[in-house]
Design a protein around this ligand. Sequence first.
Ligand code: AMP
Length: 217
Amino acid sequence: MNLVIFGPPGAGKGTQSAKLVKEFNLFQLSTGDLLRDEVSKKTDFGNKIEEIMKSGGLVSDEIINNLIENKISNSQYKNRIIFDGFPRNLEQARSLDNLLKKYNQQMSLALNLKVDNQILIKRITGRVTCSICNKTFNTFFDPPKKCDLKNCDQKNLVTRSDDNEETIAKRLKTYDEKTFPVLDYYLKKGIMKNIDGMQEINAISDQLFTLIRAIRG
Ligand code: AMP
């Protein structure tokens, strides 16, 4: 069972994917995380990617499709991937279909977290992540406290370089222009489910669990 989770930046895709990974023993494939790994290597390639991410635009389909094929081709993850942040445009959606076919897999469910823009902006500008254990907090809604690791304190909290108001406006625009049409692509396949992403975190995950159990039988 492969899944894809949609929603604009700040909708909670990462938070919910982490819960689905635990509940159903899935593998979270976040293209944003893969790109941030490249950026942290400080290579020429990583620096180019960082520029694009800071601009709020999309990294080229070729780069993304290579990153994705690396994972889809790995038998360890076969039929247990949650695609988070991918596909982000129609070309990527078509490439994903071709890759799934090539590796004898299919997409079972597309989940769409719906959140109003005003809330998204607060969620993103308030987002801080522990650089040691990767736990995410929000200075408005879920103020940082001691996280799961021993010796982990608030000195380790970092803000993503693209989580500032200027970049957010561009990321939301990119979402509306490029990613929104992809929802229709999955709607036509009959596997799209909309979820109110403004509910409390556990209420959302309960709904997602129910939807997934329904298709797993
Ligand atoms: P995210 O962590 O999913 O919010 O992604 C952060 C940034 O990485 C985006 O604003 C894009 O610049 C880039 N990015 C992530 N996923 C993709 C993708 N599938 N295609 C193109 N660019 C992407």
